[in-house]
Design a binder for this molecule. Structure first.
Ligand SMILES: [Zn+2]
Length: 126
């Protein structure tokens, strides 16, 4: 197990706390917040609740024209965990600037009592 003292860690003993971790190295990634939204296989959160992520240089997202996004990876193991909207042409609740989208099948979930896989049965077996 890696030393995580240089990184942000949520206090898992706190009453009612729920958060996500990197599936590969268990780095704490995001607190579960009031404005989170599930969207298919992804989870949409506010950036303020996310920690320990490194951001790529923002790129244009070809499929939707003027939307620009930056990929987000785990700061420790560099596993790609999602992306952030940097510029959005027509914002919605789900798609707006600053919003971070995480891949549920790349995350572990601390439910307040135990660790769970987010992406059911999606874990690679090898
Ligand atoms: Zn990681």
């Amino acid at each position: 197990m890696a030393e995580c003292s240089d990184f942000v860690n949520f206090d898992h003993t706190r009453q009612g706390i729920k958060f996500y971790m990197c599936c590969e190295c268990k780095m704490h990634i995001a607190l579960v917040g009031d404005n989170d939204m599930a969207h298919g296989d992804t989870w949409s959160i506010n950036l303020e609740t996310a920690v320990n992520l490194v951001k790529s240089i923002p790129e244009h997202y070809v499929a939707s024209g003027r939307t620009k996004m930056a990929y987000m990876s785990c700061i420790y193991c560099r596993t790609p965990l999602g992306w952030q909207y940097v510029e959005v042409e027509s914002p919605t609740n789900l798609i707006k600037e600053g919003r971070v989208i995480l891949y549920l099948d790349k995350l572990m979930y601390w439910s307040g009592e135990q660790m769970e896989w987010c992406g059911e049965n999606k874990r690679r077996n090898h």
